[in-house]
Design a protein around this ligand. Structure first.
Ligand code: XUL
Length: 544
């Protein structure tokens, strides 16, 4: 085998829904190794689709926990076979799909601390889980537990104020409550509950890793201001929960040194540090090197927004998480379901199925669209809960727009909604704000121009295919610098810069400062119409 020159590095792991992935990043922040194991393709014996099992009720969604362990075995064996020099790894960290939970059976801790280097992990951990099928973020079977939790704390807004989000079915506290209610025996035989992130960190540590503040914010259990578990929420979910969760830690904590299992089996240095693992979205924020005032917009099938916040205002929409790279700050996550889905539909209807005709329409219309505004939600939107298409010219509702006006109304409307809902969570555009755009529609310069104009900030494009993984390696470097007061932005300053794609047009801020309040007002009007219709429609006609 060819000799590789010594290359000190950090590893970044990503335990996502469909695969386990790893990257190695050197001290100049170049990614020089990457590999992945896909659950459906490489671990056929578990019979997952997209890495999960959707149960008969259509609501329960789980993944076999041993599949995740075996994927780690496979990837480490492959790295070893390829001659990867594990002795050069200074530190490692990782990301996990958010909200998923792992239930360690009483006695599992003893097995974790005495792993034999002669055997693969999944052979040794087979009997270590009290729940073999872990609930994951796609599960939506806990509506009853959500209502119980909100009632216990005094309502949805009170829960959001405390934990950063109203009750969501996929959030871990509600999942734990369901397991306790439906399977109390398994719950009582559980000595520790991990998130997917802290579970993966535990595999490397050879002991239970604490949950980090940032991923811990996706549980409806952590008080995001004080960074302690909420006693009311714990009590509403299940008994003895605090001792099963352990104490949460800042996301950049070094949680320990790598287990001797990895030193003996793979040749890691005994000094290799494990930095707390976090959620995939927080890790992506690190991978994209977001800074205060920045906003990342992923323009995919649905659109997602990540924001860096200093003073969050938790609301009934969106999620506030503790910030993964600066424990004093926060991040927010907002999901818009009608993203590319709507852009493609309107392209087909109003631009002859052609992106270049779509672009031409954006170029031929003015900023502000002559006062014409539109809301396009063919499927029930998440932010806000509106369905249908609603068009307004001046104050009047109209049933159709000319083609080019329709296209501009869609794109301006999508971006105005993003700005309005980001601001509702405490976000403010700052003079140094950067917008980082990713995903399919980020290839269209004319769409990005509207984004720059609506936010009044420059738009950069970046590839985020690996952002959770690379962000985890960056966070490992941050962990190495812990205690030196070096800010994260300094740790990652050598990383490749995103490419500038659009700057705001002169006069854009005047146009949109005037339009944004009007858009917000019309959104409220549609919402109250829909709510009125719903309560009318749902009112029992034949009281019994
Ligand atoms: C975020 C969420 C998903 C998962 C995907 O709240 O549920 O983005 O983190 O892995």
């Amino acid at each position: 085998m060819a000799e590789h020159p010594a290359r000190p590095c950090c590893l970044g792991w990503d335990f996502s829904t469909q695969q386990v992935k790893v990257v190695a990043v050197d001290a100049e922040l170049n990614v020089f190794y990457e590999d992945s194991v896909n659950f459906d393709r490489d671990l056929l014996e578990y019979g997952t689709q997209g890495g999960v099992h959707v149960h008969e009720d259509g609501l329960t969604v789980t993944s076999p926990v041993l599949m995740w362990v075996q994927a780690l075995d496979i990837i480490l064996e492959r790295m070893k076979a390829s001659g990867f020099d594990f002795s050069q790894v200074l530190a490692l960290s990782g990301a996990g799909q958010q909200h998923g939970s792992v239930y360690w059976k009483t006695g599992a801790s003893g097995v974790l601390t005495s792993l034999s280097p002669d055997l693969l992990l999944h052979k040794q951990l087979q009997a270590c889980f009290s729940i073999r099928d872990s609930p994951v973020w796609m599960d939506s079977s806990t509506t009853a537990q959500c209502r119980q939790l909100e009632a216990a704390v005094g309502g949805a807004q009170a829960l959001s104020g405390l934990t950063g989000s109203r009750a969501y079915e996929r959030f871990t506290g509600n999942q734990i409550a369901k397991i306790y209610q439906q399977n109390p025996e398994a719950y009582s035989h559980t000595e520790r509950i991990s998130l997917v992130s802290s579970f993966a960190a535990s595999l490397f540590l050879g002991s239970y890793s604490p949950i980090d503040y940032s991923d811990g914010s996706g549980m409806n259990l952590l008080q995001i201001q004080d960074k302690v578990w909420s006693q009311v929420c714990l009590g509403a979910c299940a008994p003895h929960l605090e001792e099963k969760l352990g104490s949460p830690v800042p996301s950049c904590s070094v949680v320990g040194a790598i287990s001797s299992y990895y030193v003996q089996r793979y040749g890691f240095s005994p000094g290799c540090k494990v930095v707390a693992f976090t959620g995939d979205n927080p890790a992506s924020l690190a991978g994209m090197r977001l800074e205060e005032g920045d906003i990342a917009v992923s323009l995919g099938t649905s659109d997602t927004l990540f924001l860096w916040l200093r003073e969050p205002m938790p609301a009934l929409e969106g999620h506030i998480f503790c910030n993964p790279v600066d424990a004093r700050h926060y991040m927010a996550l907002l999901c818009f379901k009608n993203g590319s889905l709507m852009r493609e539909k309107i392209r087909d209807e109003s631009a002859s199925c052609s992106w270049s005709d779509f672009s031409e329409a954006l170029q031929s219309t003015e900023m502000g669209n002559g006062g014409n505004l539109g809301f396009y939600f063919d499927v029930m939107e998440i932010t806000p809960e509106i369905i249908g298409r609603h068009r307004f010219s001046a104050e009047n509702q109209v049933s159709a727009f000319p083609r080019a006006v329709e296209i501009r109304a869609l794109i301006e409307g999508q971006f105005m909604a993003k700005r309005i809902h980001a601001e509702a969570l405490g976000y403010r555009v700052m003079p140094k704000t950067k917008i980082l755009a990713t995903g399919g529609a980020s290839h269209n310069r004319d769409i990005l121009q509207v984004l720059a104009d609506v936010f009044g900030a420059p738009v950069y494009v970046t590839d985020t295919a690996n952002s959770a993984c690379v962000g985890s390696a960056y966070r490992a470097f941050q962990g190495l610098a812990a205690g030196t007061d070096v800010p994260f932005s300094e740790v990652v300053k050598l990383a490749p810069n995103p490419r500038l794609a659009a700057t705001p047009t002169a006069g854009a801020s005047q146009v949109y400062e005037a339009l944004l309040p009007r858009y917000a007002k019309l959104e409220q009007r549609i919402l109250s119409q829909i709510r009125g219709f719903r309560s009318e429609f749902l009112r029992p006609r034949h009281p019994c």
